[in-house]
Ligand binder design. Structure first.
Ligand SMILES: [Fe+2]
Length: 196
């Protein structure tokens, strides 16, 4: 399958489009996501790399640009997205996959769409990309090392619920809007028995 060629052409295009620091972050997410994938038994390495590289493909757009893009692609932002339009880079980034990168892959699309807020039914790939984005090695917040070490001794669900909880703590401590998808994600992960 030609996915390796696809990855290289995606990488080349992203290098052209993204500011250097965002590109470096995307590479770190792809790499850390591959480590997590190995740890948690997700075997599609190339899909992980593609989702990691592409997850922030329009993170560098300003609010006005994101709102204009939403209108152009017929995406109607909800009230939470209108309150914090920067989160639109995730669902709109997912739509850019097929529009601008010719990638038609439901799993990768879901992972990109859900990487900022999380959401229900993200699947293993989506959970790994969500966690890798929050915890790639350059992420440096008080509980980051502790959370990274959890990956060594937890199930993906246990690891992921801890990462989501830390994110919700941060958002509420800073009086930031919490998207309902984040609460649904948390509840989906927390509502399972400990061996899941
Ligand atoms: Fe990111």
């Amino acid at each position: 399958m030609g996915i390796s060629i696809e990855i290289e052409s995606v990488r080349e295009r992203l290098v052209q489009e993204l500011p250097a620091e965002l590109m470096a972050h995307s590479e770190r997410v792809a790499k850390y996501a591959q480590e997590l994938a190995q740890r948690f038994g997700y075997e599609d390495d190339e899909r992980i790399e593609l989702a990691g590289l592409l997850h922030d493909n329009c993170k560098h757009y300003g609010r006005e640009e994101l709102l204009a893009l939403a209108q152009r692609v017929g995406y109607e932002p909800d009230t939470y997205e209108l309150a914090a339009p920067e989160v639109l880079h995730a669902p709109l980034g997912a739509r850019r996959l097929w529009r601008d990168f010719a990638i038609v892959d439901r799993e990768v699309m879901l992972a990109v769409a859900g990487h900022t807020t999380g959401g229900r039914n993200l699947g293993k790939l989506g959970r790994i990309i969500y966690c890798a984005d929050k915890l790639e090695p350059a992420r440096d917040f008080p509980s980051a090392d502790h959370l990274r070490s959890l990956a060594e001794r937890s199930s993906l669900r246990e690891f992921c619920v801890a990462v989501v909880a830390a994110n919700l703590d941060y958002l509420s401590a800073n009086h930031r809007v919490i998207h309902p998808a984040s609460l649904e994600f948390y509840n989906e992960l927390a509502g399972k028995s400990s061996h899941a």
